[in-house]
Design a binder for this molecule. Sequence first.
Ligand SMILES: O=P(O)(O)OC[C@H]1O[C@H](O)[C@H](O)[C@@H](O)[C@@H]1O
Length: 291
Amino acid sequence: MSELPEPRLFSCADATGAVHDQGAHVIDWIPTGHAPVLWLSPSTALETGKPVRGGVPICFPWFADGAEGGREPKHGFARTLPWHVESRESSDHEAMIVYRLSDADVTEPAHQEQFPYQFEAYCVVRFGTELSLELSVTNTGERPFDFEEALHAYLVVGDVRKIRVEGLDGASYRDKVLDREDCVQEGDLRFDGETDRVYRSTGDVAVVDPVLGRVLRIRKKNSGTTVVWNPGAETAAAMPDVGPDGWTDFVCVEGANTHADAVHLEPEETHSMGYRLSVETTAEDPGRPPA
Ligand SMILES: O=P(O)(O)OC[C@H]1O[C@H](O)[C@H](O)[C@@H](O)[C@@H]1O
């Protein structure tokens, strides 16, 4: 293992940002006039071949250990492979980069065995008043395949115990902490410990943060799954790159297509999933007790 090269830095009138080529992994986005939006663990490994804890990891071609289970590495090989820069452009109000990964980059036999298909993936990242990521996958081979994907964003929050996530009311979900299928969300989602839920939901989501006085809005495109994750105190304490105090500082709200929403591609077909993030300052009283 060697140290990761410095990330690529982006700057325009409306934002700054940073991305590692490994995993096409966005690690920073600061819209002008706001505090940082993406959480990055201060103790994350920044080494070739190791996942980075924070930012927006790309999970592909499977999520966790895959729809049928048993796949490795967790969340697929794309997040630890170096992606290729296809193009980069900047204007006054937006900085943009296009990354590309294909089956030719998958050199580990164990990875090839688990996903023996020809594909081409592009990730277009735009830094501006919004952070926008679009992951497109094309089947460039002669056999159909299924894949899972997630844009696994780590969002900075003032205190996860005081936020609420709106937009999932009524959605069915799998609770990975309780190991229960077919749960249904009632009202807003709040956090008082380990939370790991895979929602069937195409809708937009808002993270209302009374401590930082802001709302993070997530707009999804072609995404049937929203994953919400926070490790809680106990699990976090056992994770060296989160630690006993780190878990209150972030929540993951992920745009995804997993399990029943896995994507099927016939030869020459393309699927694109979009994830857009924006910030609004609010006047909500930080002392307001939870409803
Ligand atoms: O530790 P990682 O491989 O980065 O995974 C972090 C988390 O990702 C997702 O949100 C999953 O639903 C969780 O079960 C998992 O713990």
